[in-house]
Design a protein around this ligand. Sequence first.
Ligand code: NAD
Length: 475
Amino acid sequence: MSSMDLHRIFDLQYQASRAQVDVPLLVRRERLLRLQKMLDENGPALAAAVQADFGMRSARVTELLDLLLLRQQLKHTLRNLARWSGRQRVRTPLMLQPGKAWIERQPLGVVGIISPWNYPVQLALAPAITALAAGNRVMLKPSELTPHTSSQLASLVSQFFAPEEFCVIEGDVGVATQFSGLQFDHLLFTGSTSVGRRVAQAAAAHLTPTTLELGGKSPCIVAADCNLREVALKIAHGKLVNAGQTCIAPDFVLLPRGREAEFAEAFMEAVRKLYPRISGNPDYTSILTKRHLARLKQMLRQAQGLGAQVHWMQEGAAAQPDEGAETQAMAWGDSVERQMAPALVFGATGEMQLMQEEIFGPILPVISYERMDDVIKAINASPRPLALYWFGQDERVRDAVLSRTVSGGVCVNDTLLHVAHENLPFGGVGESGWGAYHAEQGFLRFTHQKAVFVQSRWSATSLMYPPYGARFDRM
Ligand code: NAD
């Protein structure tokens, strides 16, 4: 897409949003119903596009991880739309009575959305649902790394929506950079922390408010009173869904010292249960590209070089990191070879890349701890994570961890599920992002809350007019 086209579509949406500031409930509802129809009629086509981008990622995986969440969100939004929209009355203090007041919830105008590749349908459309519900126009720039899905989304959205309502802009990083420089009324970005920083800077030039949904290292704390077999299964599920390419995947495990062998065995058993085989298993997603795979293998090589022990969770996988990862990955042409076996890493330290960057793949460092207090200190000494997982039975310990740490969200005794709860906001804090777009909080993210006070004809506020004289001396 040329720069001229990009600006033309933005102008179209901008003019439309100024010409029709009030977007009635009926119009919003009808737009959501159209989106619902688009998904209902095109689920298989979207899943096929995602599969073409990843290579190995079955339609069932996309149905569960991308489409199901969107369908739930649409139903929840349609159910609550009337309550979330319109006037919200507020009580008026005695001094201003008998005047009346309310908050008018209005659309912001044009909302820009930049989405990543890992859940290419869900993370593109979920913010769009909320922004449309709030009465906005939406321009969406999906990832260039999932070209089949992006092109499928562009084609479907253009069949179901006029360009001044909702439009998909395809293109590379150059287009994304221009996109983030448009004078949106709100810009939502989902992606890496480093690109998020650039997006926030571009938006600041126009004072465009942003929502940043970023990544980070989400810790998974296992307390001493856990049954490790149960816990390992839940951690393995949260880590290996989409092969670890999930923003809220447990990034590393904090385990009581002395239980490493027990955990490794339980994790191996869990992996075998969830994925009886890795190679050729359509439930186990490929790493998106050879470049991403080479990065993961390089991380492992570096960790091994610095003294960490790598435990591959599938037979035959042990040889993988020792081969020249870059060359090897380049030679691997197809997606089966991008299905990277899960690996546990013991003895990881802060000097290793895998403890400095978000891993975003099926590698799970396990760090041993002595006291929960040390765990809390370590978490508070690191950038604030997007998610925190806590496993244990003692609620006092749980509450101490929850109240003494800050993270975007928390899931206790499981992983990932807080994101699927329709009444919880979802977002990061600090370096894992800001703002949330799920639930009513998301609706408010894309809404201007206008304060309205209506004076009554008979009011005592005129007593406050000058000249003040001696009247105020007694106050
Ligand atoms: P990325 O930051 O590389 O790219 C995301 C999007 O930004 C893409 O559409 C890309 O075209 C665009 N982009 C790239 N450079 C840009 C620039 N200079 N200006 C404007 N836009 C630009 O991220 P990714 O690799 O696609 O996704 C992985 C990252 O996303 C991980 O860090 C992950 O944790 C994070 N993530 C966060 C969430 C969340 O909800 N918090 C969800 C999924 C992924």
